[in-house]
Design a protein. Structure first.
Length: 317
């Protein structure tokens, strides 16, 4: 499977478009083109090794915000102080999201109350499809905690893969300890605070065990308690134990907030064959985008081409 964090990917496309064109309001046709072209490129590039795309969407309402009011609170403040037209941005993305569901042959999943993080965590850890290998495609570093011999992460902004070996090389921690690294360091983009005064170099020095053996948060608290007189950071960890446990719950993708019924729903959606291509929808988009002159007889061409393309879907069943 290739699991796409669609909210992250689509927002990145919009921001790139706005920055390139020095505008505050998106051109829906251009954003649609960028998103569809990215999906096409990812499928072409990674399908042979990892299988088909699965588009994973955030729910408009998710559990983390109920339990932790400050979660991602900074993003709303940033939008309010921004000169960008966020109503137009979200309207554009919602329209494209609906078009993807209605007209395009991609498997798509969304669970009320869950983020794409939870969906991807559940799909990675509970289910195996294609050849058993999974690629997570997102710029979000939280997914690095899921890396294993069967799961890797591709971050488009870096154009680089994260494997267990890469995690050790870049962060000097075992992949299974990456969540502890994130909990202790915090996540400024999500308004999840870390331990004050703790940086990467100091973390490696105070907790060399992170690169030696699998640890739990209890292990970290125990080590800090035993050494609380040796360094102020150890004392702060002990003092912040309750907050660290809350933050761990927010970040832990090995235990996603998806119940058994929702997991069954996800499995059902993954097993469903992708929809056939829709020639009527293609013609509508073709007309709306003003491309009439490019094909002499678009109705004949579409019916002929789509019949051929749909035959591939039928043959794969």
């Amino acid at each position: 499977m290739i699991l796409i964090d669609m909210n992250q990917i689509t927002i990145a496309s919009v921001m790139m478009h706005l920055n390139m064109n020095k505008t505050t309001k998106p051109d829906e046709n251009m954003v649609r083109h960028m998103i569809l072209n990215s999906l096409r490129m990812y499928r072409s590039k990674f399908k042979q090794e990892f299988g088909e795309l699965v588009l994973c969407f955030d729910s408009r309402h998710y559990w983390r915000r109920d339990h932790f009011p400050n979660y991602k609170a900074g993003r709303k403040k940033s939008r309010e102080s921004s000169n960008l037209d966020w109503d137009a941005i979200f309207g554009c993305l919602n329209e494209i999201k609906q078009e993807l569901k209605d007209y395009f042959p991609y498997k798509q999943v969304e669970v009320y109350g869950a983020e794409a993080d939870d969906i991807i965590g559940a799909l990675c850890l509970e289910l195996e499809y294609d050849n058993g290998k999974t690629l997570i495609l997102s710029g979000d570093k939280d997914f690095i905690q899921l890396t294993s011999n069967k799961i890797c992460v591709y971050r488009p902004i870096e154009k680089d893969f994260y494997t267990p070996e890469t995690v050790v090389e870049k962060f000097n921690v075992l992949p299974e300890n990456f969540i502890l690294y994130k909990v202790l360091m915090g996540d400024a983009s999500d308004k999840v605070p870390g331990i004050k005064g703790l940086g990467e170099k100091k973390l490696r020095k105070l907790f060399p065990e992170l690169n030696e053996r699998k640890l739990t948060l209890d292990d970290i608290i125990e080590i800090a308690g035993e050494k609380h007189k040796e360094h102020l950071i150890y004392s702060r960890i002990v003092f912040e134990e309750d907050n660290l446990r809350k933050n761990y719950k927010i970040m832990d993708l090995h235990n996603p907030m998806v119940d058994d019924l929702e997991k069954a729903y996800l499995e059902e959606q993954i097993d469903v064959d992708p929809p056939l291509l829709n020639p009527k929808a293609f013609l509508r988009f073709y007309q709306e985008d003003g491309l009439r002159h490019l094909i002499k007889n678009p109705e004949f061409w579409v019916n002929n081409q789509f019949q051929t393309l749909n035959s591939f879907v039928d043959d794969s069943k």
